[in-house]
Design a protein around this ligand. Structure first.
Ligand code: AGP
Length: 367
């Protein structure tokens, strides 16, 4: 109960700023440089069992579901196990087939989200193997699961989740490396990803230093009634999370879309009144992404591009938001940070109750 906003105007701001330390806590004691792996004793999982999983299914709600989408991409890429995420709120109502050789992962900050809890209980009833990625120690979901990874983000008060979300990304990376290293992830790749994880706190710190500029961009964004957030592959969950955060606390309409799908419909909506926040990491899709930016610019859509140093946007007129580059698989964690600050400052600019947005509760513990 002694958790205070300590000099910050809002808890959300405090929680954004605490992220480097929160990531540090999530990594502490879990990285093994000698064997290039992650130690996750809380999983209660025998390596023999972990080698048999043929699929990973991740369940969570809202932002935790978007973190799950990121986690699924990471695990599939790094551990080479087919993985996907589904909202727990949907899963629980559709009588899904529960497979013995699937690892189910429930993700939740509070550990009390009712839809996620019921999904876990249903899985357990049918013999599914479920582990939890949960922040609140001893919470209902944490207790229901067969084991898990505590996020160690510390208490989170603002309804809009920030540091817990970031630590979900980190915990999925740890899980992916752990599973990968007992299957077919090479020691070199394990070491590369571990070094990347260790760079995260200082890279997040660097993004936080850009707050003033992000606040001024947020002022411009907050004037728009409707916005697009676009990204592809691992940039897409980042876009979804960015749009969700903006909707949640600024009450502006924001729609996340796959950049690749833009030309199949929403391009019709682009105009000088509809800004786009585009996620363009320095990866092998950069040329395709800049192609889409041209399409937007040609329709006079204002563009804000969350990107990495050295990415050439050519002659597209766009405002770049540059964040430090990590390993490609870990980039989404850093790319998300400026989007939190955009949403925070948009909400503040519009005079809304940043920490307690209308119609929302910190955890939805009812049907
Ligand atoms: C996040 O900013 C939202 N408040 C919301 O989507 C949240 O992530 C969701 O309700 C799940 O909460 P949980 O992580 O506590 O289960």
């Amino acid at each position: 109960d002694d958790y205070q906003a300590d000099g910050h105007e809002h808890f959300m701001h405090k929680e954004i700023v605490e992220q480097p330390e929160a990531v540090h806590r999530c990594l502490r004691g879990r990285l093994d440089e000698r064997f290039a792996t992650a130690h996750l004793g809380g999983l209660n999982m025998d390596p023999r069992e972990a080698r048999e999983f043929r699929r990973v299914k991740i369940l969570g709600c809202g932002s935790a579901y978007y973190a799950g989408q990121l986690g699924a991409q990471f695990i599939e890429e790094v551990a080479r196990i087919p993985a996907d995420a589904e909202p727990a709120s949907e899963f629980r109502y559709r009588n899904p087939v529960i497979e013995k050789d699937t690892l189910y992962v429930a993700v939740s900050q509070s550990g009390e989200t009712f839809d996620t809890l019921v999904a876990v209980q249903e899985l357990k009833r049918k013999g599914g193997r479920v582990v939890g990625l949960v922040n609140v120690v001893g919470s209902s979901i944490a207790r229901e699961c067969d084991g898990g990874i505590y996020l160690h983000a510390g208490p989170e008060v603002a309804v809009a989740s920030t540091k817990a979300l970031t630590n979900m990304g980190v915990a999925f990376a740890l899980l992916g490396i752990h599973l990968g290293r007992i299957r077919d992830l090479s020691p070199a790749d394990g070491a590369r990803l571990i070094a990347g994880l260790q760079r995260l706190p200082e890279q997040i710190e660097a993004v936080l230093k850009d707050e003033e500029r992000l606040a001024s961009i947020a002022r411009r964004l907050s004037a728009a009634e409707s916005l697009f957030y676009i990204g592809r592959t691992r940039g897409y969950p980042v876009a979804r999370e960015g749009a969700q955060k903006l909707k949640e606390i600024s009450y502006r309409h924001a729609e996340a879309y796959q950049t690749s799908e833009l030309k199949h419909g929403p391009l019709a909506l682009i105009s000088p009144d509809v800004p786009t926040v585009a996620i363009v990491p320095d990866d092998d899709l950069v040329e395709r992404n800049t192609g889409a930016l041209h399409e937007i610019a040609a329709r006079s859509g204002p563009l804000y591009v969350v990107t990495h140093p050295g990415v050439e946007l050519g002659d597209v007129s766009a405002e770049p938001i540059t964040v430090p580059k990590n390993e490609t698989e870990l980039d989404p964690i850093v790319l998300t940070i400026p989007l939190q600050l955009l949403a925070y400052h948009a909400s503040r600019e519009l005079g809304h109750d940043v920490d307690k947005p209308r119609n929302l509760a910190k955890s939805v513990t009812v049907e």
